[in-house]
Design a protein around this ligand. Structure first.
Ligand code: URC
Length: 318
C-alpha cells in the first residue's frame, strides 16, 4: 500500500476588514484594509492527529490583527503594518516559522470643499486597490528572520482614445484582425513590485517595530507609500504619452521607467488585459465609422479580452 504524507499546510484568517482613524486633533486620516494573515510551522499534527494544541486559532489571528491595528505606529503604511504583524506571529509563537500577510487598501480620498481638503470627510475614489504582500520567514531560526515584500496596485482602469496602434503581427490563415495605426487602448492595470529580501529582528512588542536606518531609507520597502505612488505616476504618464505599438511594448516602457526611478525595486510585474473597443459598422446607413479617423462610436467589449503580462527584472550584476 502506498503511504501518504502532508506536504503543505498553511492556515489563518482572510478578509479581515479593518478601518482605522488616526486623529491629529481635528485632522483625521483614515485607512481601510482587507488583511489576510496565514501561518506555517510545526502544525502538521493538527491535520494528521487531530491535535489542536498546536493551533493558534484563526480567531486569535484576527484578534491580533485588530490589536495591532490599534497599537502599531505603522498602521498608515501597509508595508510597515504587514511587516509588524508578520514578524509578531513568528516571534510570539515558537512553532510558527513563517507568516504570509497580504493587505489590500481601498481608496478613501479627502473631499475638497472650495479647494480645501476637508479634515474628516472622504470619498471612495474608484475600485483601484493598493496591495502589499509580506512573507516573514523564520525557518532558519528566530535570530535570522528574513522578510520579502512585494507591493503594487490593482484595478486601475485607464483608457486612451489615440496614440495606440497594432500592426505587423503574424498574418496567416487564422488572421481576421485588421492592422490599425490608431485605436482605443484601455486596460485595468495590475502592477506588482518586489524588493530584495532583508533581515528583521524578532519583535513581540505590539506598539513598536523598527528596521535599521539602511533598511528604512527612502525608496525601500519601508517607504512603500512613496514608492508605489511614484510607480503609479510612472504607469499613468507612460500610458498617456507613449505612441503605443502594442500593449506588450507599452508595458515594457512602464516597467523600465519604474526600475530606473526606484533603485530598491528588483522586479516589476504587470498584468494588463486589453479591453477591446470595437468601432460600430454603420456602412448599412452609408456612414463611415470604420476608418480610424472617422471612428467615433465603439462597442466596449467586456469579454473576451487579450491578457498581456510580463515581469521585468533588474540584472543582478547591476
Ligand atoms: O497590443 C496588442 N497586443 C496583442 O498581442 C494583440 N492581439 C490582438 O488581437 N490585439 C492585440 N493588441
Amino acid at each position: 500500500m502506498s503511504s501518504i504524507q502532508l506536504t503543505h499546510a498553511r492556515y489563518g484568517k482572510q478578509a479581515v476588514r479593518v478601518f482605522r482613524i488616526v486623529r491629529e486633533d481635528k485632522w483625521h486620516t483614515v485607512v481601510e484594509y482587507n488583511v489576510t494573515a496565514l501561518l506555517e510551522g510545526d502544525i502538521a499534527e493538527s491535520y494528521t492527529k487531530a491535535d489542536n494544541s498546536v493551533i493558534v486559532a484563526t480567531d486569535s489571528v484576527k484578534n491580533i490583527t485588530y490589536h495591532l491595528a490599534k497599537t502599531s505606529p505603522h498602521i498608515l503604511h501597509p508595508e510597515r503594518f504587514a511587516l509588524h504583524l508578520g514578524t509578531y506571529f513568528v516571534s510570539k509563537y515558537a512553532h510558527i516559522h513563517k507568516s504570509f500577510i497580504t493587505v489590500e487598501q481601498l481608496r478613501w480620498k479627502r473631499i475638497d470643499v472650495n479647494g480645501q481638503e476637508n479634515s474628516h470627510s472622504f470619498w471612495r475614489d474608484g475600485d483601484e486597490k493598493r496591495l502589499v504582500e509580506v512573507v516573514v520567514d523564520a525557518t532558519q531560526g528566530k535570530e535570522t528572520i528574513t522578510a520579502s515584500v512585494s507591493a503594487g496596485i490593482s484595478d486601475l482602469l485607464v483608457l486612451k482614445s489615440t496614440g495606440s496602434a497594432f500592426e505587423n503581427f503574424i498574418r496567416d490563415e487564422h488572421t481576421t484582425l485588421a492592422e490599425v495605426n490608431d485605436r482605443i487602448f484601455s486596460t485595468s492595470v495590475d502592477l506588482k513590485l518586489t524588493y530584495a529580501p532583508f533581515s528583521v529582528t524578532k519583535n513581540t512588542a505590539l506598539d513598536a517595530f523598527k528596521l535599521s536606518d539602511e533598511l528604512s531609507a527612502e525608496g525601500t520597502a519601508w517607504d512603500g507609500n512613496a514608492v508605489v505612488a511614484k510607480a503609479r505616476t510612472a504607469t499613468l504618464e507612460v500610458f498617456a504619452v507613449d505612441e503605443s505599438a502594442s500593449v506588450q511594448a507599452t508595458l515594457y516602457l512602464m516597467a523600465e521607467r519604474i526600475l530606473a526611478e526606484n533603485k530598491h525595486v528588483q522586479t516589476v510585474s504587470y498584468t494588463l488585459p486589453n479591453k477591446h473597443y470595437i468601432p460600430v459598422d454603420l456602412r448599412y446607413a452609408g456612414i463611415d465609422n470604420l476608418t480610424p479617423s472617422a471612428a467615433e462610436v465603439f462597442v466596449p467589449v467586456s469579454a473576451p479580452s487579450g491578457l498581456i503580462s510580463a515581469t521585468i527584472s533588474r540584472q543582478l550584476s547591476e
